[in-house]
Design a protein around this ligand. Structure first.
Ligand SMILES: Cc1cc2nc3c(=O)[nH]c(=O)nc-3n(C[C@H](O)[C@H](O)[C@H](O)COP(=O)(O)OP(=O)(O)OC[C@H]3O[C@@H](n4cnc5c(N)ncnc54)[C@H](O)[C@@H]3O)c2cc1C
Length: 351
């Protein structure tokens, strides 16, 4: 049984891929494949040999991805190893066992996954089976020149320091990466990845998905949004999120929240940004009525641009903001929405 489809296992960088609930390949797969390609090239440089990039995908039998798996090759993958099973992606323990089985056979140097709910649940389990370490929520990955080890950078101590972690003695070197950390490069047209479906020994189901109810697109997956508008305790009431949603609608973004807003049940947990919530890296992050605690910053400080609205001129969030608006959010946000809408109308009027 050849699980690798390759005669030279061992010199590879692997990515655990995933799909959206629609079945399409997740953007994080393209992002990590491209990063894996960079790492693989750096690993191979001293010897002049080629280091392969492999994406492992666990797919539902009925819900195969519509996107062409081979297209992942345009982002740097040489091979896509697909394992299918009824409800497989929901059975995280089984996914971890299969991933560990594949990795034991192929012996990749590095195994990466996105720090999504899927990656965060499968990777620790797989690392435990493989007897190796795992650095969660990395914001930087590089190959150390002399040793060839993976340098895994991640915020530590509530985001106050950046720790660089190595895994010198065990393989694979495993890490999860915050979505959108590296971005998706332009695809290289004409490249395709070889898609293989190895036979996996029978494994009894540990979890059965009895039903599956996806979040509404507007509510789910803020980690993948280009812009996010978040509300905090400064909203003072649940209805404040109607205003936040209107601004999010105007900019075409998702809705985020600080932990107190979630704890007060103004909004659901899947909107929480921060140390104990989601880690996001949008192009624009708008924080309204959020003070900027280290725990909140741990979830959004890698945003490309931060806009904050706060009535306290000394609010710590202003220290990490590109645009700081000091004022009452209930006055500022309606003005912002009006301006954005006016601009949109102007663009349409101007053709
Ligand atoms: C282990 C641990 C994990 C945590 N995880 C998270 C996490 O994942 N995410 C998270 O967010 N927090 C987290 N916290 C909580 C964190 O420490 C802070 O308590 C929290 O981030 C503060 O939320 P906030 O900014 O909404 O509220 P506050 O700190 O109370 O700030 C409210 C802000 O609103 C401003 N304001 C008030 N009224 C207005 C107005 N009308 N217009 C404009 N501005 C106004 C105020 O000036 C103030 O700056 C965690 C804490 C711990 C200990």
């Amino acid at each position: 049984m050849d699980m690798t489809g390759d005669e030279n296992p061992g010199a590879e960088v692997w990515v655990l891929g995933e799909t959206r609930y629609s079945g399409a390949v997740s953007d994080t797969v393209y992002e990590l494949s491209a990063k894996a390609r960079v790492l693989a090239d750096a690993l191979a440089a001293p010897s002049g040999t080629r280091c392969g990039v492999v994406v492992a995908m666990m797919l539902d039998e009925k819900n195969a991805p519509r996107a062409d798996l081979g297209r992942i090759g345009q982002y740097g993958a040489d091979r896509v190893t697909v394992v299918r099973g009824d409800g497989l992606p929901f059975d995280r323990a089984k996914c971890a066992k299969i991933l560990a089985l594949l990795a034991k056979k192929a012996r990749p140097q590095i195994l990466l996954a996105s720090a999504t709910a899927f990656g965060r649940s499968v990777m620790p389990y797989a690392a435990a089976i493989l007897g190796t370490g795992l650095t969660a929520d990395c914001t930087g990955l590089e190959i150390e020149e002399v040793s060839g080890l993976l340098l895994q950078t991640r915020p530590a101590i509530g985001g106050n320091i950046m720790a660089v972690i190595k895994t010198p003695n065990h393989r694979p070197q495993m890490a999860t990466v915050r979505p959108r950390t590296f971005g998706i490069p332009e695809p290289v047209s004409g490249r395709t990845a070889k898609v293989i479906e190895p036979e996996i020994p029978y494994m009894a189901d540990s979890v059965r998905a009895s039903s599956f109810e996806p979040f509404e697109a507007s509510r789910a997956g803020i980690a993948e949004r280009d812009s996010i508008v978040s509300g905090g305790k400064g909203l003072r009431r649940a209805e404040g999120f109607e205003l936040i949603s209107r601004l999010a609608g105007a900019v075409g973004g998702g809705v985020g929240a600080s932990r107190p807003a979630v704890e007060m049940k103004w909004i659901g947990y899947h909107h929480q940004v921060g140390l104990s919530g989601q880690v996001v890296s949008p192009k624009v992050y708008i924080a309204a009525g959020i003070s900027g605690s280290v725990q909140h910053l741990a979830g959004m400080s890698s945003s490309a641009k931060v806009v904050s609205i706060n009535r306290d001129p000394d609010a710590p969030i202003f220290g990490v903001s590109d645009v700081a608006i000091c004022g009452d959010l209930y006055e500022v946000i309606p003005m912002l929405i009006e301006r954005i809408e006016r601009r949109k109308r102007g663009e349409r009027d101007g053709g």
